[in-house]
Design a protein around this ligand. Sequence first.
Ligand SMILES: Cc1cc2nc3c(=O)[nH]c(=O)nc-3n(C[C@H](O)[C@H](O)[C@H](O)COP(=O)(O)O)c2cc1C
Length: 452
Amino acid sequence: MPRQIRFNAFMMNCVGHLAPGQWTAPADDSVGYLDTRYWVELAKVLEEGFFDGLFLGDVTGIYDVYGDSPAAALRTAAQVPMNDPVPLIPLMAHATKHLGFGVTVSVAYEAPYLLARRFTTLDQLSRGRVAWNVVTSYLQSGALSLGQTELRAHDERYDRADEFLEVCYKLWEGSWQEGALRRDAERGIYADPARVRKITHKGRYFESEGIFQCEPSPQRTPLLFQAGGSTRGTAFAAKHAECIFLGAPTRNGLRKSAQSIRTALTEAGRAPDSALLFAMLTVIVDETAERAQARYAAYQARASYEGALALLSGWTGIDLSRYRPDDTLAYVDTDAGQSALASFSKLDPERVWTVRDAVEFVTIGGRGAVVVGDAAQVADELQALVEETDIDGFNLAWVESPRTFHDIVQYLVPELQRRGAYKTEYAEGTLREKLFGNGAYLQAPHVGASYR
Ligand SMILES: Cc1cc2nc3c(=O)[nH]c(=O)nc-3n(C[C@H](O)[C@H](O)[C@H](O)COP(=O)(O)O)c2cc1C
C-alpha cells in the first residue's frame, strides 16, 4: 500500500501570502479575503477534496526590515494589510462537517488564560476541529507595536512559550475533571463544583490562579501545531507538537529537517512517528503539463521580487537591501526566525544560494518547493517526496486563490486517490481523532496529558 499523503491548505487573512505580486492576476480573487463568502467557498472546496485542514498563518507586526521601512511590503501587499484570522473559523466551521481549522496565535503578547479561553470557544464552535499553531513571533515591529521595547531573545522566547503552555495545559486539562459537567435539568445542576478545581501557577513569566471559566471542549487542548526549526525551536516542537510544519526549499534539506525532528521526538520521550510532518509546498497543476508550465511561466513573470525581499528580510531579520544580488547567503544567528536563513544556507550543504536565488525562490511559495505539471507528474513527485523524506503530507500554499486549490481538488486529488495514496473519506470524530484515531484528548506520554 502506498504511503498516505495528507493535505493542509496554507492561508492567511490577507491578499498576498507567499506569492507576492500575484494578486494583480485577473483570475486571482484573494482580495476577496474581506468577504465571508470567499472563506466559506474555499472551505467547501477543501472539504470536497478531503483536505485535513485549512491552516491560517498569522503574524503580529509589519515586514519593515528590508530597507528599514514598511514601504516595500505595503506596495506589494507582502502580508500587509492583514486581518485577524480567528473570526474566520466559526463561519467556515458552520459551512463544513469534517475540515479541520488550524490557526496561528502567538504566545508573545497576551496572557495564557485569554488565549486558552479563545481556543476552547473555537473548539466548541467547530465541534472539536480546531488546531493551534504555537508561535513565539519574530518581528521587532510587532514587539514595538505591542508596547515592548524590543523582541525577546530567540531562545528565551521558547522558554517562555514552554511556561505559557504549562499554564494552558493546567486550564484545559486540569481545571475541569471528567464528570464535572452535569447539565442535570431535573436537579437544576449545570456543573458539579466539587469537580472543578482552581489552578495555581506562579512561574518565571506567568501567574494564574482560579478555575477555568469554560467548560471543556471536545478536544480539551486543541490539536497542537508547531513550526520552529532552530535547535531550540525543534526541541520545543518535539515536546509539544502533534503536527509539525517544515519549510525547506530542497529535498535534501527536507529529509534532514524531518530526520532531526524524528530524533528530537525520541529524545523527548515520544515515538518518532507521534507527530505528523507537513512540508510547505506549492503545486501548479493543470489538465496538461504544457498548460501547467505556461501558467508557471506567467506566475514567474508576474512575481514581485520586491515583495519577496520584504518577506525574506522579515523572516531572517537581515536587511537584504544591504546585500548585492550575487552575494552568497551565509548563516548567522539572529533574533528573528533562525530556520528561514538556515534553509537557504547551512541546511543543505549541496546547495549554495545567492541573495538573488533565494529571493526568486521565495517569490512563489516562500520557503517551500514548487511542483509543476499534469496530475500524474505532480503525483509522482509528491509520492517520491514523502517516500524519500519521511514526511506525512504537505502544507499547500497558493499562487492564485482560490484557483490553486480548485485545480488541486479537480486534478491532483483524484489521481492520488486512484493510486491509493489519498483518502476517499474522512474519519469520524474530532480533528485529533481524524488524524491519529486515538481518542479526542492528548494521550500520554504527551506532556499535556499529565495535567489531566
Ligand atoms: C510552514 C510554516 C508556517 C509558519 N507559520 C507561521 C505563522 O503563521 N506565524 C509565525 O509567526 N510564524 C510562522 N512560522 C515560523 C515559525 O513559527 C518560526 O517562528 C520560525 O520558523 C522561526 O523559528 P525558529 O527560529 O525556531 O526556526 C511558520 C514556519 C513554517 C515553516
